[in-house]
Design a protein around this ligand. Structure first.
Ligand code: SAM
Length: 206
């Protein structure tokens, strides 16, 4: 059901997202040395391709085959196909194997039921010592989405608390809201509030 929902959403247009990496990814990851990265809910691959171009080996996961096919095409066009392993998972059901210097979840939201907190806890457990977990989320629905106007999305502090990170083993590097300009369906720019959580797993076990 989740895959069908997202496949249908992607089929509504030839391209759903801009193809560019998310601003928050560029801001938060540019200072990290490349290693193994896991991109959860990679969509059409904008972030995965950017990471691969910077030398990361990327495992890019999405529930939607349509999105993954587009992402693979974009990776081939960018000449980085061999650096990205695209995998289809419904993350509520299965999670990619491996451990990673970076686990990134950008806007891993869904109108179809998804155990997001549980998925993000599994994501934390896939981060190696010294590695980074980066979670970038919407702070609310866009103003043109009247159907969900009353739905409250978690703050970065709540997302952090839901990770249940063991005390003393993680450093909270960023836990903040930020604004982003997005173009609405009628072409008008609107300011949206997103939030970023960047936590780093300590290099030593305490
Ligand atoms: C809002 S989009 C964000 C896409 C991309 N990360 C970006 O920032 O452009 C959410 C993505 O998560 C994927 N997704 C939703 N639920 C999922 C699930 N249960 N398992 C894996 N991927 C899922 C969707 O197919 C979609 O590509």
């Amino acid at each position: 059901m989740t895959a069908e929902h997202w496949d249908a959403r992607y089929r509504e247009s030839e391209r759903l997202w801009s193809g560019k990496p998310n601003d928050a990814l560029v801001r938060e990851v540019s200072d990290l040395p490349p290693g193994r990265a896991l991109d959860l809910g990679c969509g059409e691959g904008g972030d995965a391709v950017w990471l691969a171009r910077r030398g990361w080996r990327v495992t890019a996961v999405d529930v939607s085959r349509v999105a993954l096919e587009r992402a693979a095409r974009h990776a081939a066009e960018a000449g980085v196909a061999e650096r990205i392993d695209f995998q289809q998972h419904d993350l509520g059901e299965s999670f990619p194997a491996g451990e990673f210097e970076l686990v990134s979840a950008h806007f891993l939201h869904s109108l179809v039921d998804m155990p997001r907190e549980e998925i993000l806890r599994t994501a934390a457990s896939a981060v190696v010592r010294g590695g980074v977990l980066l979670i970038v989320s919407h702070g609310g629905f866009p103003p043109w989405d009247h159907e969900h106007a009353d739905v409250r999305l978690p703050t970065p502090q709540e997302i952090l608390a839901d990770l249940h990170l063991p005390e003393g083993q993680w450093e909270v590097q960023v836990c903040a809201e930020h604004e982003r300009i997005q173009t609405g369906p009628d072409g008008t720019p609107v300011t949206r509030t997103d939030n970023t959580l960047r936590v780093r797993r300590s290099t030593v076990s305490r």
